[in-house]
Design a binder for this molecule. Sequence first.
Ligand code: SF4
Ligand code: SF4
Length: 329
Amino acid sequence: MRLDSEISDILTRATGAIASGCAELHHAPLRDTATLSRWLAAGHNAGMAYMANHLEIRERPELLLEGARSIISLAFNYNPAVARDAALPQIARFAYGFDYHDVLRSRISGAVTEMAALLGGEYRICIDSAPIFERYWAEECGIGRRADNGLIAVPGYGTYVLLAEILTTLPIDLIRSHGDDCAPVSSGEEGRGDSPLQCTHCGACRRACPAGALQSDGCVDARRCLSYLTIEHKGEWDATGTAAMQTPSGRRTLFGCDICQRVCPLNRHTPATEITEFQPIGGLLSLTGAEAATMTQPEFSRIFKGSPIKRSKLAGLLRNARNTLTDKG
Ligand code: SF4
Ligand code: SF4
């Protein structure tokens, strides 16, 4: 649903969101719970055991905030203005700048303060910080559609977007406009160049996925996903992980993976983000595998202060960097 224009203005001005919408809270559909259960049963969550927690809350998001009645979904473009040279090992674009959890929380908190002053109510901001079916709610709020690479595509921006949610006790009638009930509100809804507005099911993302992690239902088998293996996985890789990291693309991966997004026609003309905190931090554009492989703890802490790359810890980055040095290409 479209937001009231005054609220929409607060959210986009104060946060830098490229799309925002709202929906009345209701039980999330069993379809999403069933998909998650199948993914867990297949072991595709790898070492992310926490994904099996709080299934009841995922289905009933009103449990996250007492008296919650509505949800606002927000999308943020994180595409940096400049990309690393293709000859360097890949670092996922979301990790070029400062950690989006901190950046977005700070920005959304300002907007929530303004909303509370205008309308009252209680709020809870969710940025990967609560068990919630965020892609389901993004669709319900009309800000984008799921693509076959498993991500939400926002018309005119593609899938280089981050999602965040605001739960609120305000009733939906207070925060929606009286206009069109379910139109997307992205400022790029007209599309750009020859980029399609929605996933065309062309299959390019699945064909490009180096070790077959991307499944036909858009779910990802984390055990063979370069993103999981270089960011979330702790310690040495098992045989499946090692096989994925020994593919040519795996050997060229330092932190995270954008391959299924790079090949996607939805992302052909994604503009550069206007969020300055998502532009590359100093030294990131030129960091080589060899430099990363010899990094000391003080260097790691200094260079990646406030960066999502700190999530892998020094040990993870060294492991990834040593692997890139086996690249024969
Ligand atoms: S590459 Fe094709 S199938 Fe995959 S998400 Fe993009 S448009 Fe959809
Ligand atoms: S992030 Fe990389 S490895 Fe993971 S599903 Fe996408 S293309 Fe495959």
